[in-house]
Design a binder for this molecule. Structure first.
Ligand SMILES: [Zn+2]
Length: 496
């Protein structure tokens, strides 16, 4: 749901009372949403409010079949529109009438309804499809992961293309119902709540249902299918906590994973104290099979972790990082992919705050250590505009977190934490950009902060700081206790 829609509708209402000029002919929707880094991601001309994704998955063949129903509203008079999708389409209906469709590029499905759709009109788009997602290459690879016992649909910035047709950009968020039928004995995890236990499907099959009640970016929708041990709990305020662990995990990985992910509710409660109320309806984490995934992702309400994070014992850093994203990245999505530091800098700073809380190194010590030890090339990437190839590079995370630390030193703890809570509250279930963050920081602190953000986010060199501490001046300072785990976590996170 883009905020743009509100403005468009308001304009339409205003115009309704005046004499309208002759209607212009409906025009095709575009193959992109104006993202500077990924110009063909998402599509223009409509705005999605809900996806109903109803699938069947055959683990032995990695075959997916099913139907996705999209509820959307046209934001212009549309003669045709694009969806982002790579599987084989059998039919498309728009408002109950068969539509024609063609392919463009590696992930565009162009749909032409028999009647044009007027601006503001709602449309129901039903796409029937099938395919073997692991065989489909787009953007040079397949983001769908086939595992020894099923599959993982987890990826950033691309993944939706391989399992449901969508307007694939974080600036068009929607609610989701996802259901997948699988053979008896196979588990299916996805986002949000389980409105019901798995139900009987055709003989020998069960259907699993999941529901996301808050608007969700398409890349934050996920599937984990395979043999999973599921743990269930309820928080004191009644939220479902559902965690899952691949049954293929070796015992030591499983123990370390549980000693971390089972603490999700505790982490969420602590983060709520720092960032304000938890924005979603459910919590949890999923740990995939060994070797299946090289990273973790903050999939909404229920993050997915590579087993690699738990190869040398419990890892709270990654649990803190992914759950901080529920506020920064999931509830507040990036308006454009270039704003990714608003996700990664904030989630990384949460790890620093946790370190301080645990007595394993203060935020200042971590800052000083990084400031003293990062190599020259670290400082050449601007976290606020890293370039498409570097959206998951080290500086986006670490220099992003350093930016927040410098901001905190400049405006003081009281204003800084008020800023984080106000930011989370004002953009809840929406999207945002850096200019808005700077404006809010200036409003709350009453200070002019352009220079600070210019130096830390938009300059390809090491910013000078006044009053450098002894630790930061040392050529080889001692790493804070928490650093090894944070660094190990980030090395894996950069892999996606
Ligand atoms: Zn992250």
């Amino acid at each position: 749901m883009r905020r743009l829609l509100v403005a468009t509708l308001a304009t339409a209402l205003t115009l309704a009372g005046t004499a309208l000029p002759a209607q212009a002919a409906p025009t095709p929707g575009g193959a992109g949403l104006g993202d500077e880094y990924f110009p063909d991601y998402g599509n223009s001309g409509y705005d999605v409010s809900h996806y109903d994704v109803r699938l069947r998955y055959y683990p032995g063949e990695d075959r997916l079949t099913g139907t996705t129903t999209i509820l959307a509203a046209a934001t212009q008079d549309l003669s045709s529109f694009h969806l982002d999708f790579v599987l084989d389409v059998a039919s498309v209906k728009v408002n109950n009438r068969a539509a024609t469709f063609t392919r463009e590029g590696d992930h565009e499905l162009v749909v032409t309804p028999p009647r044009s759709v007027s601006q503001g009109q709602t449309m129901t788009v039903v796409v029937q499809y099938s395919g073997v997602p692991s065989n489909k290459v787009a953007a040079g690879y397949t983001a769908w992961t086939r595992t020894a016992d099923g599959a993982l649909a987890v990826g950033q910035p691309e993944i939706a293309w391989w399992w449901f047709p969508s307007n694939d950009h974080p600036s068009d968020k929607a609610t989701f119902d996802v259901s997948v039928a699988v053979p008896d004995g196979v588990e299916v995890l996805s986002n949000g709540v389980m409105p019901r236990n798995p139900t009987q499907d055709i003989l020998g099959w069960k259907r699993w249902s999941w529901r996301s009640l808050h608007p969700q970016a398409t890349y934050l929708a996920f599937l984990a299918i395979g043999q999973y041990e599921i743990t269930r709990d309820t928080t004191v305020d009644g939220q479902q906590v559902i965690n899952a662990y691949s049954e293929l995990l070796p015992q030591d990985f499983e123990d370390a994973a549980k000693a971390s992910v089972e603490r999700t509710a505790e982490v969420v409660e602590w983060e709520s104290g720092v960032f304000g109320p938890y924005p979603f309806e459910a919590q949890g984490g999923v740990v995939g099979p060994p070797g299946a995934l090289g990273f973790a992702l903050e999939t909404q309400t229920r993050s997915v972790y590579s087993s690699g994070f738990f190869r040398s014992g419990a890892n709270m850093s990654v649990v803190v990082h992914e759950n901080a994203h529920q506020w920064f990245g999931d509830s507040i999505s990036v308006e454009q992919w270039k704003e990714i530091w608003l996700n990664e800098g904030f989630a990384s700073y949460a790890e620093w705050l946790w370190s301080e809380e645990q007595g394993e190194g203060t935020t200042q010590e971590i800052f000083d250590y990084l400031y003293a030890t990062q190599p020259a090339d670290f400082w050449t990437i601007e976290p606020g505009d890293p370039g498409a190839a570097d959206i998951f590079s080290n500086p986006v995370y670490d220099r992003g977190a350093m930016t927040l630390h410098q901001l905190r030193l400049t405006i003081g703890d009281e204003d800084f934490f008020e800023l984080l809570r106000t930011w989370a509250a004002e953009h809840k279930d929406g999207d945002a950009n850096t200019a808005e963050f700077i404006a809010l920081a200036e409003k709350i602190s009453g200070q002019q902060l352009d220079e600070l953000f210019q130096a830390w986010l938009y300059t390809p060199s090491k910013p000078a700081i006044e009053g450098v501490s002894a630790l930061a001046r040392k050529a080889a300072p001692q790493a804070p206790k928490s650093w090894a785990k944070i660094q190990q976590t980030h090395e894996l996170l950069h892999a996606h």
